[in-house]
Design a binder for this molecule. Structure first.
Ligand code: 13P
Ligand code: SF4
Length: 307
């Protein structure tokens, strides 16, 4: 075993710490992670853990979500640079403006948002449960933020719900354009194209399957095709290549990399755990209001530990 991996594992035991890693992380992080998965899975693990310290190998809104779900735990984000461009596209002032343009309509926020934004919304969702959350709200109209493409994709999956979206987006997924799919179809005509709903709707419409990180991974696990083309972040592709050696994978574009997700390496994780930095601190008021928004997500989808 790599010496650094051993050192991290020893520290984890000494400090009763757990490491949660998103599937977009550099794959070497999996060597020390206790749980690897998508936003929903990791938030469930953060909620359930008995550890004293959670090291979140992901971006800042994910570490904040872990803190909201485990307020008495110390939650650490190894690199302060790990923000999310989409989450930063909305602040409280612009959210209030958006809400005032559409009064008395419930606001659904994608988990890719800061705790301050969650504190001002009615319910949260992840890409894995967005359709379920909006459906179970039972409203004819909802506000959806910050991601316009996920919001519009949710609207398409449901009948009779008008989803009014904020104009945020993910710069990583928006690197894909319809021509990328058309070219890939010519090059790999038998490959199934799997896209994340953060992609532009013109890209999603051309894909064979659209789903969250977990849905994409489950699709590969549960189907028997020989080739798959991955239209989401490279970390998903890297893990599929590792986990399914008998299947063949293409990454739709080699720029499908979220730079903010790639800051962490094993050194950062070691330093973070050793120095117990950078701790997520939230003020009490934000904590309480944002927690209510997340708890509502678990409540209305009737899940606590499973999707
Ligand atoms: P998941 O909800 O699929 O984990 O995605 C998180 C994310 O940041 C996608 O860009
Ligand atoms: Fe944010 Fe996009 Fe990166 Fe996901 S892939 S963390 S939405 S910038």
């Amino acid at each position: 075993m790599n010496a650094l991996v051993e050192k991290i594992n020893t520290l984890k035991k000494e400090k009763n710490a757990v490491i949660l890693a998103h599937c977009y992380q550099n794959i070497e992080v999996d060597e020390v992670a206790d749980f690897v998965g998508d936003s929903l899975y990791l938030s469930q693990k953060a909620k359930e853990t008995n550890a004293d310290i959670i090291v979140f190998a992901g971006v800042s809104f994910m570490a904040e979500t872990a803190k909201l779900l485990s307020p008495n735990k110390k939650v650490l984000l190894p690199r302060l640079e790990s923000g999310c461009f989409m989450a930063d596209m909305i602040d409280v002032k612009s959210l209030k403006e958006f809400k005032s343009l559409h009064p008395n309509i419930p606001a659904v926020c994608y988990v890719n948002s800061t705790a301050a934004i969650k504190a001002e919304c009615d319910v949260c969702c992840t890409s894995s449960n967005a359709v379920n959350v909006v459906k179970n709200l039972g409203a004819k109209e909802v506000l959806f933020l910050p991601d316009t493409y996920l919001g519009k994709w949710v609207e398409k999956q449901l009948e009779n719900v008008n989803v009014i979206t904020y104009n945020g987006f993910c710069p990583t997924h928006l690197r894909l354009i319809p021509e990328d799919i058309e070219k890939s179809r010519i090059e790999f005509p038998n490959s199934k194209i799997l896209a994340h709903p953060e992609c532009h709707h013109k890209v999603s419409e051309l894909a064979d399957f659209v789903g969250s990180t977990k849905d994409i991974m489950d699709y590969v696990k549960n189907t028997d095709f020989k080739q798959y083309t991955i239209a989401t972040e490279k970390g998903v592709f890297d893990r599929l290549v590792r986990d399914y050696p008998k299947k063949s994978f293409h990454l739709l574009k080699d720029t499908l990399v979220c730079q903010n997700m790639k800051w962490n390496n094993l050194d950062d994780i070691y330093n973070s755990l050793m120095r117990e930095e950078h701790e997520i601190i939230l003020d009490k008021n934000t904590q309480e209001k944002a927690m209510a928004c997340i708890n509502k997500m678990f409540e209305i989808t009737c899940v606590n530990s499973k999707k």
